[in-house]
Design a protein around this ligand. Structure first.
Ligand SMILES: [Zn+2]
Ligand SMILES: [Zn+2]
Length: 238
């Protein structure tokens, strides 16, 4: 797994927004926020991916799909096979409405093999089994992802408030990639939408997951000793 981008809703200095590249039987990108596409392009002229999965439609998790479309229509992406694009339930209609404002209603479906996942219904993307679990995140429909091959599993929280479902998402995984956006939980809105680092640790400990990697955290917020923080370019074996 490579951290392509891990900024919160506003960018960390020199950083990119959410994007995590999982390479196994195929190449799978989890989220595609602003700054992810240019970083992928540093490694290859145009990214060749089997699939992209989007957790939710906050801009920091999907924004670079827009320039991805333009590169697919008019740039080097013309030469590349189109990746599958897995979106939450209703995501195809949402993208069509966004396309109407940003360019063309069918700009996303012309550039990606568009597919919708369903809550708790496993699907195969890039040769990996992905299961999406709906999580609380303010008022927006949001999912966390479990991604597994035959022997190893990672869980990615996306953006989420504390919940039992988050513990379930991370149950016994090899790597729990978990957001820790907040300085303190009580600073969150109502309903809640994010985690503080101490809340992420409590969920990690309840889950039985083996390794915790905190992400989506403002660079200006410190982390306690012994906690691992994601950074752009971090590569690790799950
Ligand atoms: Zn976010
Ligand atoms: Zn969000």
């Amino acid at each position: 797994m490579t951290v392509v981008g891990c900024s919160p809703a506003w960018p960390n200095p020199g950083g990119a927004h959410s994007g995590y590249l999982v390479e196994g039987p195929g190449r799978l990108l989890l989220d595609c926020g602003p700054g992810v596409l240019p970083r992928l392009r540093q490694a290859e002229h145009w990214p060749v991916l089997d699939a992209i999965v989007i957790t939710h439609f906050h801009l920091d998790h999907w924004g670079d799909l827009v320039p991805w479309v333009w590169g697919t229509m008019y740039g080097l992406g013309r030469e590349s096979p189109q990746p599958e694009l897995w979106v939450p339930p209703g995501g195809a209609d949402h993208l069509s409405a966004l396309g109407q404002r940003l360019g063309f209603p069918d700009m996303f479906e012309k550039s990606f093999a568009l597919k919708q996942y369903a809550d708790r219904t496993p699907f195969v993307a890039a040769g990996l089994t992905v299961t999406a679990l709906q999580l609380p995140h303010y008022q927006l429909e949001t999912y966390g992802l479990r991604v597994a091959n035959q022997s190893h599993t990672l869980a990615y929280s996306g953006d989420a408030a504390p919940s039992e479902t988050l513990v379930e998402l991370a149950r016994d995984v090899d790597l729990f990639l978990c957001e820790a956006t907040l300085e303190r939980g009580e600073l969150d809105g109502e309903p809640r939408g994010h985690l503080a680092a101490d809340e992420a640790v409590i969920i990690f400990e309840a889950s039985g997951a083996r390794r915790l990697l905190l992400t989506h955290r403002p660079a200006e917020l410190p982390l306690g000793p012994g906690l691992e923080r994601a950074f752009e370019g971090l590569e690790l074996d799950v």
